[in-house]
Design a protein around this ligand. Structure first.
Ligand code: GDP
Ligand code: GDP
Length: 437
C-alpha cells in the first residue's frame, strides 16, 4: 500500500524546513548517510502513532517557471492540492498574516483535501493569542506550534494522521511486478509506454488505480504479469489540462512508492537532471529497483564507443546508483523497447534474491581476509556473523564487536563484494551493523 503524502506549504522563512526536519528527524542509520542522497532533501519519511507517511517540503521543489514568490507559492499550493493526502499550511506568528498567506489560503480553500493551518513561532504556551488573526484565513482552527522548540508538534501530527484517507486499498496481485515510469516531460515516456504496450503478444487491461484519476495498466508479457503505474496521465493523449507540463515530483514519488521497479527515462541529448536525481535518490532509499532508460537514442550520432562513454558520464553523475542497468532505446524506431520488460523482470528477481547464510558468511570472511576491517584506538572491528534479513531490498545484518568502528568506506567495500559475488543488479542493498555482546 502506498504511504500517505503530507505536503508542507508556506511562504519562505515561516519555518517549513525547520518543521520538516523536526518531524522527520528520527530515521537515521548508517546506510542512509550516503553523499548525494541525503543532501537537499525535499521529502522525508516520518512516522506517528504507528502510521508511516512521506512528507514533502514543497518549498524545496524547484519550479522551472519562475522565481517570483507569489507565482511560485501558487504553484506549490496547486501541486500540494493535486498530489498530497493532507496539506499543512504554515504561517508565521511573528510576521502575522500577509497578503500572500491570504492568496494561498484562497487556493487551498477550493480543494477537497484536508488542510491544516499551523501557526509557527508561537514559542511559549502563553503566546496563544497570537493565533487569532489567522482565523481570517477561513481554514478552521489554527494550530499553534513552535518548530524550533518542538512545541505542540504532537497535536499537529495527531491531526495529520487523523485526516489520512481510510479507503486506500492495495489492488496489486502478489506475482505482479509494478513499474513506475519517471522522467521529465518530453523525454518520451508516453511514446515508450505505447511502444511497449503496442508490442505483439502483450495483453493489456486497464483497471482504475487507488489514486483518484490515475489508471494503472495491467499487462502480461511472456507469461509475466506487470502493472504500469500511471503517472502524469501518461496514456492520456491530450495533455492540455495543465498550462505548463510540469515534472510533478509528488506524483512521481507516489508512483515510486507503489512500484517494485522504477524506469527512469532520460533524454539522450539532455542527460540526467537535478529533479531526476532527487527522485532516483528517493527510489534508492525506498529500496526500489531501478532501470535507467536513455531514450531518443536514434537522435544521437554514434560511433562504437558512444554508449560506453554515455554510461560512464551517467555513472559519474549518479554516484550512489552504480548498480542501475542502463538501456538505450528509441521509442520512435522501437529499438530495444522489447528489452525493457526483460530488464525490469530481471531487476525484480535480483531484488527478491536470498543468499544462503553459509555462502554469505564465506564471502564476507574472504573479503575481510583481503581487506581487514578498520580499527580505532587500538581496537579492530570484528565481523562475527552476517545474515540476510530481508528481500526487496536485500537487507544484510552484520553482527560485530564494536559498531562504532564500522566505517562508511568499509561498508561500501562490503557492499561491492556482495555485488561482485551475487549480482544484485538494479537493486539497492541495505546494510545494517549491530553490536553483539
Ligand atoms: P522556510 O523558509 O519556511 O523553510 O523556513 P526555515 O525553516 O528556514 O526557518 C526560517 C527562520 O525561522 C529560521 O531562522 C528559523 O530558525 C526560524 N524559525 C523556525 N521555526 C521557528 C520557531 O518555531 N520559532 C522561532 N522563533 N523561529 C523559528
Ligand atoms: P513524455 O512527455 O515523456 O510522455 O514524452 P512523449 O512520449 O510525449 O514524447 C515527447 C516527444 O518526443 C514527442 O514528439 C515524441 O514523438 C518524441 N519522441 C519520443 N520518443 C522518441 C524517440 O525515441 N526518438 C525521437 N526521435 N523522438 C521521440
Amino acid at each position: 500500500m502506498s504511504k500517505p503524502i503530507v505536503a508542507i506549504v508556506g511562504r519562505p522563512n515561516v519555518g517549513k524546513s525547520t518543521l520538516f526536519n523536526q518531524i522527520g528527524k528520527k530515521r537515521v542509520s548508517i546506510v542512509e548517510d550516503i553523499p548525494g542522497v541525503t543532501r537537499d532533501r525535499i521529502y522525508l519519511d516520518a512516522e506517528w502513532l504507528n502510521t508511516e507517511f512521506t512528507m514533502i517540503d514543497t518549498g524545496g521543489i524547484e519550479l522551472e517557471t519562475t522565481d517570483h514568490i507569489l507565482t511560485s507559492m501558487r504553484h506549490q499550493a496547486n501541486l500540494a492540492i493535486e498530489e498530497a493526502d493532507v496539506v499543512v499550511f504554515v504561517v508565521d506568528a511573528k510576521t502575522g498574516m500577509t497578503a500572500a498567506d491570504e492568496e494561498v489560503a484562497h487556493i487551498l480553500r477550493t480543494s477537497k483535501k484536508p488542510i491544516l493551518l499551523a501557526v509557527n513561532k508561537v514559542d511559549s504556551p502563553n503566546k496563544e493569542n497570537e493565533i487569532y488573526e489567522f482565523y481570517n484565513l477561513g481554514l478552521g482552527d489554527p494550530i499553534p506550534i513552535s518548530a524550533s522548540n518542538a512545541l505542540n508538534l504532537g497535536d499537529l501530527l495527531d491531526q495529520v494522521v487523523e485526516n489520512f484517507p481510510k479507503d486506500a486499498v492495495d489492488e496489486k496481485e502478489a506475482d505482479e511486478i509494478s513499474i513506475a515510469v519517471i522522467g521529465r516531460p518530453n523525454v518520451g515516456k508516453s511514446s515508450l509506454v505505447n511502444a511497449l504496450l503496442g508490442q505483439e503478444r502483450v495483453i493489456v487491461s486497464n483497471i482504475p488505480g487507488t489514486t483518484r484519476d490515475a489508471i494503472d495498466t495491467h499487462f502480461v508479457k511472456d507469461d509475466t504479469k506487470f502493472i504500469l503505474i500511471d503517472t502524469a496521465g501518461m496514456r492520456r493523449k491530450a495533455k492540455i489540462d495543465l498550462p505548463i507540463e510540469r515534472y510533478s515530483v509528488m506524483r512521481s514519488l507516489r508512483a515510486v512508492d507503489r512500484s517494485d521497479v522504477v524506469l527512469m527515462v532520460i533524454n539522450a541529448d539532455e542527460g540526467i537532471t537535478e529533479q531526476d536525481k532527487k527522485i532516483a535518490g528517493y527510489a534508492h532509499e525506498a529500496g526500489k529497483g531501478i532501470v535507467i532508460v536513455v531514450n531518443k537514442w536514434d537522435l544521437v550520432e554514434k560511433d562504437d564507443k558512444t554508449s560506453l562513454r554515455f554510461t560512464e558520464d551517467l555513472r559519474d553523475e549518479i554516484g550512489f546508483m552504480q548498480y542501475a542497468p542502463v538501456l538505450y532505446t528509441s521509442a520512435l524506431t522501437k529499438q530495444r523497447v522489447h528489452r525493457v520488460t526483460d530488464l525490469v523482470k530481471y531487476v525484480a528477481e535480483q531484488q527478491a534474491m536470498r543468499i544462503q547464510t553459509s555462502v554469505l558468511n564465506q564471502v564476507i570472511t574472504d573479503a575481510t581476509a583481503i581487506n581487514p576491517p578498520p580499527s580505532h584506538k587500538g581496537k579492530r572491528l570484528k565481523i562475527y556473523f552476517t545474515t540476510q534479513a530481508d528481500i526487496k531490498p536485500p537487507t544484510f545484518i552484520f553482527f560485530v564487536n564494536e559498531p562504532e568502528i564500522m566505517h562508511f568506506s568499509y561498508l561500501r567495500f562490503l557492499e561491492n563484494k556482495l555485488r561482485e559475488s551475487f549480482g544484485f543488479e538494479g537493486t539497492p542493498l541495505k546494510l545494517i551493523v549491530r553490536g553483539r555482546k
